[in-house]
Design a protein around this ligand. Structure first.
Ligand code: GLC
Length: 416
């Protein structure tokens, strides 16, 4: 175990660019939103000061309207496309124009509880509250209780098969020429297809055209999905924000958060699919639930949304997936014909998702299954290093290597 901890710490140190951690060298040379938040959970196990810096540097990218962007471009680099010129946002430091799964409040609470640093938590609390307000105002303007992603990258699960149908409505005709850099760094068979890339960049062109203004984006967006993972993570984050608000907030803020929680709890219910035994995203433009079973649909366990019967049903579903693959938890149900064990979010296993699911299972008393997921994740790391993700059939390394959030999960799992 000591060898693993030292190796994981070395990955974070090597990817440290001065207060922020890049996900991995070359492939992702900037600061990513949910990567950084989760990586802070690794830093806090051996360098609490550095963990706080990670969050502070991420929030240097926060917009006036509260949005915390999915990438902060602290430096220039030609290794990544689309870079700051393509996004064309006005913020300094340069950022992308979309967001990512809001794990930040949950991480902030954990850092505060572990370090007892009231000053820092008090400073960051209003910033995170502003971000949650942005989700509600910009991405749920009608107040139904589910927030929408307007770009697949906002889900953090970029090319999940759940986005295939909604993305097919997005024209594959960007004005910006595509200059993919990712396939120069890793095998193209592990990355999204060119066609998907054209649609991703079309969306960026479209939103840049309306100046990244939230209400204009909402009006023109050809893709609007209530992603189950983002909504579950947000629901969990609001619970953690409420705990922080009890210490650092005002009564009105607590009431506001509690009200959002109530709305979200009811709305998340609409995403439950009893037959499938998990939750699914909702296509807000098509008006239907997206009938794809992804690991994102298990994150309501982490959010503590399901009642005990539902949670048990979800646990049995995970076990059923486990009969088809050697390593849990694949990002897509392995009996789905689209299951592709090596391609980005269409089958592989991610350590960060495993940790959230395992935490959720523990909460519901599914200790044996949680332990199995945890042990299998450790085995993947021993066998294939701190890879970006892993093939669930043979445990092979996929994507980038020496990956920060994978190393961070090794550290926080070892620390408990
Ligand atoms: C990919 C992932 C996303 C992650 C980023 C950096 O785009 O899909 O979730 O944040 O890489 O690791």
């Amino acid at each position: 175990m000591t060898g693993m901890i030292e190796a994981a710490q070395a990955v974070l140190r090597a990817n440290d660019k001065g207060g922020y951690t890049v996900p991995t060298a070359r492939l992702y040379p900037f600061q990513w939103n949910w990567d950084s938040a989760l990586v802070a959970l690794g830093w806090v196990t051996f360098d609490p000061e550095r963990a706080w810096r990670e969050l502070e540097r991420l929030l240097e990218g926060q917009w006036d309207d509260g949005m915390v962007p999915h990438i902060v471009f602290h430096v220039r680099s030609d290794d990544y496309f689309p870079g700051p010129d393509v996004w064309g946002t006005r913020h300094q430091p340069a950022t992308s124009g979309i967001s990512q799964p809001p794990v930040l409040a949950t991480v902030l609470r954990q850092l505060w509880e572990e370090t007892g640093d009231d000053n820092r938590a008090a400073t960051l609390f209003p910033r995170v509250l502003a971000w949650h307000r942005w989700w509600a105002a910009a991405r749920d303007p009608e107040g139904g209780g589910l927030v929408a992603i307007l770009h697949p990258w906002e889900s953090g699960m970029d090319n999940s098969p759940a986005w295939d149908a909604p993305l097919a409505r997005v024209p594959a005709t960007p004005t910006t020429p595509i200059r993919r850099r990712d396939t120069g760094h890793v095998d193209a068979a592990m990355r999204p297809h060119d066609e998907e890339y054209r649609r991703y960049i079309h969306l960026v062109d479209l939103f840049r055209g309306v100046g990244w203004q939230a209400s204009a984006m909402w009006r023109c967006a050809p893709l609007k999905v209530a992603d189950v993972a983002v909504n579950a993570i947000l629901y969990r984050a609001e619970q953690d924000l409420l705990v922080l608000a009890q210490r650092f907030g005002e009564a009105a803020e607590r009431a506001e958060i509690a009200e959002r929680l109530e709305r979200q709890r009811n709305a998340l219910d609409r995403l439950w699919n009893g037959e499938a035994g998990l939750y699914q995203s909702l296509d807000l433009l098509g008006g239907e639930r997206i009938p794809v079973c992804t690991s994102g649909g298990l994150l309501p366990l982490f959010a503590r949304h399901p009642g005990p019967t539902r949670a048990a049903r979800m646990a049995r579903e995970i076990e059923r997936w486990g009969q088809h693959v050697r390593y849990l938890v694949p990002s897509l149900c392995p009996s789905d014909p689209r299951f592709d064990p090596k391609r980005y979010w269409r089958g592989p296993v991610w350590a960060i998702i495993n940790r959230m699911i395992a935490q959720g299972l523990e909460h519901y008393g599914e200790a044996a299954l949680a332990a199995r997921i945890r042990e299998q994740t450790a085995e993947l790391m021993w066998q294939s290093g701190f890879s970006e993700y892993y093939d669930p059939t043979d445990g092979g390394a996929c994507g980038g290597s020496n990956f920060s959030w994978t190393a961070a999960m090794a550290l926080c799992w070892a620390a408990r």
